[in-house]
Design a protein around this ligand. Sequence first.
Ligand SMILES: Nc1ncnc2c1ncn2[C@@H]1O[C@H](COP(=O)(O)OP(=O)(O)OP(=O)(O)O)[C@@H](O)[C@H]1O
Ligand SMILES: [Mg+2]
Length: 363
Amino acid sequence: MPEQQGYVRFENVSKAYDAATFVVEDLSLSVAKGEFLTMLGPSGSGKTTSLMMLAGFEQPSLGEIFLDGLPISRVPAHRRDIGMVFQSYALFPHMTVGENLAFPLQVRKVSKAETKRLVSKALGTVKLAHLIDRKPSQLSGGQQQRVALARALIFEPRIVLMDEPLGALDKQLREHMQHEIRALHRRLGITMVYVTHDQDEALTMSDRVAVFGNGRIQQLAPPEELYESPSNAFVASFIGENNSIRGKVVFRDVNLCKIELTDATLLTARTGDVQQFGEDATVSVRPERVVLNPPMDGSTVRLEGNCTDLVYHGDHIRVCIDHKSAGPLVAKIPNARAYQLPKIGDAVLFGWAAEDAIALKQV
Ligand SMILES: Nc1ncnc2c1ncn2[C@@H]1O[C@H](COP(=O)(O)OP(=O)(O)OP(=O)(O)O)[C@@H](O)[C@H]1O
Ligand SMILES: [Mg+2]
């Protein structure tokens, strides 16, 4: 578990590559020692730029980055004690695995004996000792990525940065490597800053996730909080799937809101970032929280609609429902025998627990 707060700190960091636009704007972010923090966001949202500034390959235009309490802008990249893994493995094709790992050590004039010790230790960490004499072209994608990982670990850095390290791998291998990286992180207790645009990867691997959008952090929270309590509609739509129902705020206190739909249907929801009476709002409900034939009690939303489609997914069935003012919705119904599924065209009663819905500002 993270011990020391603020081991890495971005303080009001902005970055512009040209005079016109900040691609990272006023970024403040703190990573605890030993934490696994992921930067998640759409393409162009400034993730790589932020990582490059931390690694020392780019300079902030404004603001400062601190490492263990000390500003690092004047510390060159190779003195920051940071290991880096890129999306492409960037291994030298003409060198063996062992030579690839030894190369950065030789450049820094590490002795032969010490080089041998560090290479075999790093290879052991990623369980590749037996492939030390292979060339990269004789390895699978996952093995190459593990060599890249070993190379990032070889100096026993304080921090490892990974920029979409698994992007080139197929789904199965990616899941396997996610597991390995997570286990490695746990075993070595190293501080990790990981970049991905894959939300599943972010949710399953991280202690906390920073959601980037438009050059800013939209939310920084542990995976569960991000999923259950998105702080705005951008985060809600970026993390997982959502039913979004449009209406107007007709009641709001700090905990609960009532949202009125066009046909005067009232939906109770948790209060997200909506501010005031009369404001346009989106009620967000996860498809797996939508149930058929919901119970009659005060805390459950009950609506009637029509089943427009059924899609079989093996472990669950997606029931598509049209409601006259809430619009098209999806219910993810677990594939269990207990469920009586409707047929296409049937009228369906559906709903959700009011606390499973959150009212957010429309964007
Ligand atoms: N060296 C550079 N010179 C000029 N503009 C750049 C440079 N590097 C990145 N940019 C721009 O900065 C913005 C942010 O880029 P960045 O690579 O940080 O995004 P990203 O979040 O990593 O995206 P992706 O998911 O596609 O990798 C983009 O609009 C990009 O075109
Ligand atoms: Mg990038």
